[in-house]
Design a protein around this ligand. Structure first.
Ligand SMILES: [Zn+2]
Length: 450
């Protein structure tokens, strides 16, 4: 049924522009598409209110923001969130992560974790998530089902990995053709689960080049062309990954992925901290984008992603939690972290160096820019009409109770302007302050407000 929402809206149509609509009227059609957004005091706003559509009036002191887009989640790592981050990446993968991921082949283990994860992320306001599932086809389909059931917009990828050195014998595809075949089957199963609706879609997911043979990468590139399904993978995450690609392929990770046909419109490259300027230009030309994972990068990347420099070259970019390489499921937390690490890059970190040679000037971003990454930026990378409450976008939205006092956020009337309230939401709001979440026009968290 079509409906009309009255709300105070805060959002970022551009990376340098916070938009506050004090009393917005949002018209949503019965398919979950936003057809109009008007201030209530205008003739257009009044005619929406008088249209006869069902009305949803949000309570006073609440703020409606666009749903958050998490570009990088390792779903099976949900139980290990917050642990193991002091291990080097290879030990973390082989000793902690791969053994856990292998357990999901048992669906009685997988199903409750999947539902808990999807529900947990929705409660954090994540209305769209790009998931790495596991190697197992059935476990991957079970994750897609969990997202459909909970009503989360999701891109769900069976993880393809077959390299005899980069993966353990007990957790990999048996061969490159077997890996391509299982990915093709996974795509077919996921398309059948959400037939016609498109809320949950498959995504082709080579884990990262060290875990995949050339034949598997090439086969998945061909699969992407033949099916038109999006691609996600890791790219140049760390010094090690960057140098690994140079040694194995004689070129950068980005170039190698492109050579295998994997750099395509909508391809999500996680991390990409060590991409060169030429890589960045290629990413832009191919229509791919970057999932910036600032917290995970602090542990595993050896560097801070130069957001401004890459965006200045026209590269699409959004944010990812990288559960569980990043120890928070909250995309607002990531937005806060994106600001923090950009400041560290800008100022530098070694006090023994003179201030003028300590950092990379011009690197800092603010909360408006970071929130844009978490919403519009993520939607642009995925080429999905989400991240903004505007006509032509899906109604994916999060309602924040700015007066809740249940968490750390305190808004003081008479002191806090709308701009300051927005900053507080980005830096301090958490699930206890989130009183409603909608995906595709359907309420998935919280009861009806009175
Ligand atoms: Zn990752």
């Amino acid at each position: 049924m079509p409906f009309v929402v009255s709300a105070r809206v805060m959002q970022t149509p551009a990376a340098d522009r916070l938009q506050v609509i004090g009393d917005a009227v949002i018209a949503v059609d019965d398919g979950g598409l936003i057809t109009a957004v008007e201030p209530s005091g205008t003739a257009a706003g009044r005619s929406l209110l008088d249209s006869g559509a069902a009305q949803l009036r949000t309570p006073p002191d609440t703020v409606l923001i666009p749903g958050l887009v998490d570009l990088h989640v390792h779903a099976p790592q949900w139980p290990q969130l917050g642990t193991g981050l002091d291990l080097p990446l290879e030990r973390w993968l082989f000793e902690v992560t791969f053994p856990l991921e292998a357990r999901y082949a048992d669906l009685t283990f997988a199903r409750p974790v999947w539902s808990d994860l999807v529900d947990g992320l929705l409660r954090h306001g994540t209305t769209t998530a790009a998931y790495f599932a596991t190697v197992d086809v059935a476990a991957t389909s079970a994750l897609a089902r969990a997202a459909v059931q909970a009503g989360q917009r999701a891109f769900v990828g069976r993880v393809a990995m077959d390299h005899p050195e980069g993966t353990p014998e007990w957790y990999r595809d048996a061969s490159a053709p077997a890996g391509v075949d299982r990915s093709a089957r996974s795509i077919a199963e996921i398309l059948a689960i959400d037939a016609g609706r498109g809320l949950v879609q498959p995504i082709i997911t080579p884990r990262f080049t060290p875990a995949c043979t050339d034949d598997l990468l090439r086969g998945l590139g061909e699969l992407a062309v033949s099916t038109g399904v999006r691609v996600q993978t890791h790219c140049s995450e760390s010094d090690w990954a960057h140098v690994y690609a140079l040694h194995r392929f004689g070129t950068t990770d980005t170039n190698a992925l492109d050579g295998f046909g994997l750099l395509r419109p909508g391809t999500v490259l996680a991390h990409a901290n060590h991409v060169t300027d030429d890589d960045a230009d290629l990413i832009r030309e191919r229509g791919a984008g970057i999932a910036h994972c600032p917290l995970s990068n602090a542990y595993f990347a050896d560097a801070v992603l130069p957001v401004r420099r890459l965006r200045g070259r026209g590269v699409e970019m959004g944010l990812g939690t990288d559960v569980a390489g990043g120890a928070s499921p909250s995309l607002l937390h990531q937005a806060h972290d994106a600001v923090t690490v950009s400041r560290l890059l800008d100022d530098g970190t070694d006090a023994h160096l003179p201030p003028e040679g300590r950092g990379v000037g011009g690197s800092a971003i603010d909360t408006t820019h970071a929130f844009w990454l978490a919403t519009v930026g993520g939607g642009s990378v995925l080429r999905a009409p989400v991240g903004l409450l505007a006509p032509g976008y899906r109604f994916d939205a999060v309602l924040i109770d700015a007066a809740s006092r249940r968490g750390s956020m305190r808004v003081f009337p008479g002191i806090d302007s709308p701009e300051r309230t927005f900053e507080k939401i980005v830096r301090l709001a958490g699930p206890v302050d989130i009183v409603g979440v909608w995906v595709d026009g359907r309420r998935v968290v919280g009861g009806e407000p009175d």
